[in-house]
Write a protein that binds this ligand. Structure first.
Ligand code: NDP
Length: 449
């Protein structure tokens, strides 16, 4: 990195840390992007002058609100809600809602920041945002989840709109929660504004393949990285972490592409099945019964459940981390490399720590960062918005073909930018540079706003 580029990004980073104290995940996400931008600022000094990077690191709007609701015993519960509207240079704010007890402003900001670059990489007209709550849906009844969603939307609705801010699901928010959120939005506004939320049920405005899109996209991205190295997923041994929305469909698509997925996990442990996970049972346990992996292991005789531990202990050639941020650390990365892992496609957001990233770089492992590899979810959300705007409904096959092409294009954009800016093959640099340039150009066109 040249001196001017280096000193600019270092100064920006110091400022971000000072202005956003104790937001560790946000700092980490910013650091990772800034590390790629030195050469870009050298070639585009106008962005240093316009303080484009500083402006990109400051969300356009941050909303933090109280959510009060009553549980089934009549006890009053107080949660905190968030929506960070990060950047609208390319379109309405777009990004999911996460319901998990770990959610605080620093998590929402890291996710929103990543989202800006990811959405830019899809090539679609969407800005970046993210939101959520520290509400824990685990163990809550259906009625409690509904009351919480209604209370949450009663505040959030005033910030949303199909041309303003369009949330979707994320951890803890699936089709059920999107349904309750949409119902409350409709009740308050008296508008059937389909394009205000994505991830809707297919019978009432949702897009086919949206449920599958993030996981499918991560598997397609893995396949694309391998193709660039003259090989494929066919016959590969794959490990996927997590067993939620992203993980389930990464397992499905990797299997359809000829791989054998031998393990997946949840926060209690992991299951290994050398003959390949039984997706039908897995889906029934996780999606229908909302059960645990222990339930899966009880039903599938060839499966072995390991309590605690790390799923990355299971040897594989391709890893698709699809659980949560910082779930794959330096030691786990070293184990993966030692065991013959040749490609990592991040289904989750920032699952690999900076130390893990260094291990993969040093080993020459093909590495698809989340902002590229998991962009299929938001891209299909944008396709849902298109269908809502034209009151249309596409077939599964057509939508999946669009998704596959989008993932190929995202990969190509990253590879080209990496090459052009002096880091051939480094898709982390490529994703950051390509995402930055698209957003930065639009910001420049819009003037100092
Ligand atoms: P889900 O809530 O459907 O599933 C999350 C899964 O990860 C669960 O199996 C959960 O286990 C596991 N998990 C969560 N925290 C931990 C932890 N600390 N250790 C081990 N396992 C854990 O979420 P999604 O599948 O929707 O999201 C997963 C990741 O993908 C997140 O990083 C999200 O931001 C990202 N993502 C999601 C998109 C989407 O369309 N849904 C789009 C792009 C990215 P348990 O049930 O035990 O908690």
């Amino acid at each position: 990195m040249t001196r001017t580029g280096t000193s600019t990004v270092e100064a920006v980073y110091e400022e971000v840390v000072r202005r956003n104290p104790a937001e560790r995940e946000f700092h980490q996400a910013v650091r990772e992007v800034l590390d790629s931008l030195g050469p870009v600022l050298e070639r585009h000094p106008e962005h240093a002058e316009l303080k484009t990077v500083q402006r990109l690191c400051e969300p356009e709007r941050q909303v933090v609100f109280r959510v009060v609701w009553q549980d089934d015993r009549g006890e009053v519960q107080v949660n905190r809600g968030f929506r960070v509207e990060f950047n609208s240079a390319l379109g309405p704010y777009k990004g999911g809602l996460r319901f998990h007890p770990s959610v605080y402003l620093g998590i929402v900001k890291f996710l929103g920041f990543e989202q800006v670059f990811k959405n830019a990489l899809t090539g679609m007209p969407i800005g970046g945002g993210k939101g959520g709550s520290d509400f824990d849906p685990k163990g809550r009844s259906e009625a409690e989840v509904m009351r919480f969603c209604q209370a949450f939307m009663t505040e959030l609705y005033r910030h949303l709109g199909e041309h303003t801010d369009v949330p979707a699901g994320d951890t803890g928010v699936g089709a059920r929660e999107i349904g309750y959120l949409f119902g409350q939005y409709k009740r308050i506004t008296n508008r059937y504004e389909s394009g205000v939320l994505t991830g809707k049920g297919v019978s009432w405005g949702g897009a086919r393949v949206r449920t599958e899109a993030t996981g499918y996209g991560a598997a397609f991205f893995a396949s694309e990285m391998l193709a660039a190295r003259g090989t494929s997923l066919e016959g590969r041994r794959v490990v996927v972490s997590g067993s939620g929305n992203v993980a389930l469909y990464a397992v499905q698509k990797a299997t359809q592409l000829g791989a054998t997925v031998v393990a997946c996990s949840d926060s209690g442990g992991y299951v290994v099945d050398e003959s390949g996970l039984d997706l039908e049972v897995l889906q029934r346990v996780k999606e229908v019964e909302r059960g645990r992996l222990t339930d899966y292991a009880e039903r599938v005789r060839s499966a072995r459940h390991v309590v605690g531990g790390s799923v990355w202990d299971v040897p594989c050639e391709v890893a698709i981390p699809s659980a949560t941020q910082n779930e794959l650390d330096e030691a786990a990365a070293a184990r993966l490399v030692r065991n013959g892992c040749v490609a990592v496609s991040e289904g989750a957001n920032m699952p690999s720590t900076p130390g893990a990233l260094e291990v993969f770089r040093a080993a020459g492992t093909a590495f698809g960062p989340g902002k590229a590899a998991n962009a299929g979810g938001v891209a299909t959300s944008a396709l849902e918005m298109q269908q809502n705007a034209s009151r249309d409904s596409w077939t599964f096959e057509h939508t999946e073909a669009r998704l596959e092409q989008i993932m190929k294009d995202v990969h190509a954009r990253c590879a080209e930018a990496a090459e052009e800016y002096g880091s051939p093959g480094d898709l982390v640099v490529g994703a950051n540079v390509a995402g930055f340039l698209r957003v930065a150009d639009a910001m420049r066109a819009h003037g100092l706003v």
